[in-house]
Ligand binder design. Structure first.
Ligand code: SF4
Length: 336
């Protein structure tokens, strides 16, 4: 019998709206809806992939979980506590549990600190170990991410991009987090290095029983590492399912378009693959379209409802395959 999955963190109706313009009285008159009413769960020891084009809100979600941004509304339930409602001081107590690995390893490390100090800093700040045990722990963490003990005295500029990302991962691991938000951790790296860092993250997940929210641009990057995958568009979640289900039975037209653009190496499959080219630009999140957020680019036979009513995010299979499309029933029955 399959073991029941335990929820680590649950996001309910989460939104983040940034003020882009205020009137003479300082009241907001123009808002950018970076994330709008998004709900999902992250189970213990899973990797949840989150994909979508630039500006779809995936990074903003990661930053809200890691306390870089506060939420405008909604809930982030962790250990029975709504983190979104906590004040700055109370929230800091949970920062250790939710760490962020940044997209750009070049900018996320302090160039004036040695790598050993960068990794030791969060251990010291959180008083996790006595001073005389920190060096041993730093060496252990360096080894865990494939670096050598002697490299602890070097500075970030002496490392390659892939090595710097390894240092960023070691720093995140230093506080023994429960959840790591990996924000496009390989997109700034050479293609040849990307697979190495992805393999390292997979190995560390198994070794330390970690949970990831893995944010990436395309479905090809998250396929390797994720257990479930969510697809975002214009600040909203459009589809969320188990990885195999999403790749084998994509239901939302946007997911199908994204999947059609992923590279295929098998020549037989490549010949059969139909590429869906989306036309038009992604609408501005300052002035999102009414109804379905994807209707201005949807290539399917739409109905009037598509332009006036926002589709609900419903479980179409009874097995946590969520889709936000008025016509999902017709599309889910199509031969793939
Ligand atoms: Fe396309 Fe309508 Fe479905 Fe939106 S609701 S994805 S516009 S078919």
């Amino acid at each position: 019998m399959e073991k029941e999955k335990e929820i680590l963190l649950e996001v309910k109706n989460l939104s983040k709206h940034f003020v882009v313009e205020k009137n003479f009285f300082g009241q907001p008159i123009k808002m950018l809806k970076a994330v709008d009413d998004v709900s999902f769960k992250i189970y213990k020891q899973e990797a949840l992939g989150l994909v979508g084009e630039s500006g779809c809100g995936k990074t903003t979600i990661g930053k809200m979980l890691a306390n870089v941004h506060s939420a405008t509304s909604g809930q982030i339930i962790y250990n029975g506590v709504d983190l979104a409602k906590l004040g700055e001081r109370q929230r800091r107590a949970y920062c250790k549990d939710i760490q962020l690995v940044f997209q750009d390893p070049y900018e996320s490390l302090n160039p004036r600190m040695s790598v050993g100090d960068i990794i030791a800093e969060p251990i010291r700040i959180n008083k996790l170990l006595p001073n005389n045990e920190i060096e041993k722990r730093v060496n252990y963490l360096l080894n865990c991410v494939g670096l050598a003990n002697h490299q602890r005295n070097r500075y970030p500029h002496e490392f390659s991009g892939g090595q710097r990302q390894r240092v960023g991962i070691a720093r995140a691991l230093a506080v023994q987090p429960k959840l790591i938000v990996c924000d496009e951790p390989v997109s700034a790296l050479d293609v040849s290095i990307q697979a190495q860092v992805l393999n390292l993250l997979s190995d560390l997940k198994e070794e330390f029983g970690l949970t990831y929210l893995f944010i990436a641009h395309g479905l090809n990057v998250v396929k390797h590492i994720s257990d479930r995958v969510g697809v975002m568009y214009l600040g909203k979640m459009q589809e969320l399912a188990d990885k195999k289900e999403l790749y084998d039975n994509p239901t939302h037209p946007y997911t199908k378009a994204l999947l059609s653009s992923t590279p295929v190496t098998n020549p037989k499959l490549k010949a059969k693959k139909e590429r869906i080219i989306l036309t038009g630009d992604v609408p501005s999140p300052i002035n999102p379209p009414k109804g379905c957020p994807f209707h201005t680019r949807c290539y399917r036979d739409k109905v009037e409802k598509c332009t006036v009513e926002r589709p609900a995010f419903v479980d179409v299979s009874g097995a946590e395959h969520f889709v936000a499309c008025h016509l999902y029933k017709a599309y889910s029955q199509e031969v793939k």
